[in-house]
Design a protein around this ligand. Sequence first.
Ligand code: NDP
Ligand code: MG
Length: 380
Amino acid sequence: MKHMISILGSTGSIGRQSLDVIRKLRFGVSALAADSNVNLMEKQIREFVPEIAILRNEKAAAELRVRVFDTKTTVYGGENALIEAAAVGSAGTVITAVVGTAGLKPTLAAIDAKKRIALANKETLVCAGHIVMSRAAEKGAEIIAVDSEHSAIFQCLMAGRKGELKRILLTASGGPFRGKKRKELADITKEQALRHPNWSMGAKITIDSATMMNKGLEFIEAMHLFGARPEQIKGLVHPQSVIHSMVEFRDNSVMAQLGVPDMRIPIELALTYPERHDAVAPELDLTKLGALTFEEPDEDVFTCLKLARELAGRHDVSCAVMNAANEAAVSLFLEDRIGFLDIYELIKSAVDKFGGSAAGSLEDILDADTEARKFVFGRV
Ligand code: NDP
Ligand code: MG
């Protein structure tokens, strides 16, 4: 039977690379969903002919409906329609590649429909990791990481047994501002922050990489995915982005996963696991690499990473607040309305104000998320 996939965020960086993998593996597409990109969605529909296509923006969905009237694809619009794409009957795997908390409810819908989740949308685990992971365990839905570091950790863990893990060594490129002093970051422009040395990604995660909040979010993502305690995870700057992370076992044996920095490698594994199929990305030529180097992350400069690490073990809404405040602050930075260092200041103020309340239910988390965003947008 043909392996059928649904993609939430199909017009984005991960979404487009996922479609490239699907094209090469000759898998099928059940559903495509995005925010408002009518032109690219039309092209994707014509090539992959999904059962349904969703645009969150109703006006864009109406335009798309007219444009693809001659195809077999049914178009829906609106936020709730994303849930249709997550639960569509014919899909075995759902790739969650929307940005931010917007991915949370559709991810839960995919879990309830017992899909395999190929999870790129790390923010979902940062804001509601305990709810998402326990729901997945209860429903028997598999979550396989797409994030390159977490795919690496997943693969390294295959070398040992549960209980034999000592430490996760979570690697980071260090971003475009590695080695800079904090005061040198004050005048950073959007254009400078958007220039990542190794990876080509969507705007939000590229800014997260520049502040190193991305590594903070990944720290929390790793805790939830692998049931690790915060003190078992160590961030390690590795500027070449060739080792995608490592795992140290109780006997001090360290496993690493290597590959060219190309997201199609972890995407492919998330779709084919437990099998491995032929490569869709280039091979790694070790002779052309030169040195692989490692250094401690500088948390006095990259304070977002420090904050995320400190909040990681808390059981209240503080991670949800940090995540939402970060999304809001990054969007303000991308609109040139705040400076680079204001991102951290706004997040820290939001966490101080709203971080202490209990995170018992999904509503508690979504309320905290809304409050944090309102607070950040209200400060400019
Ligand atoms: P992009 O900004 O490139 O793409 C985001 C996608 O989500 C687009 O298809 C966009 O649609 C859609 N989208 C955004 N908001 C909504 C919404 N509210 N409802 C429906 N669709 C929405 O992001 P990336 O692909 O870079 O990142 C996606 C996720 O994957 C993030 O969580 C990121 O952290 C994670 N990730 C990304 C990596 C990368 O290499 N890019 C690596 C590891 C993780 P439209 O085009 O219409 O705006
Ligand atoms: Mg990553």
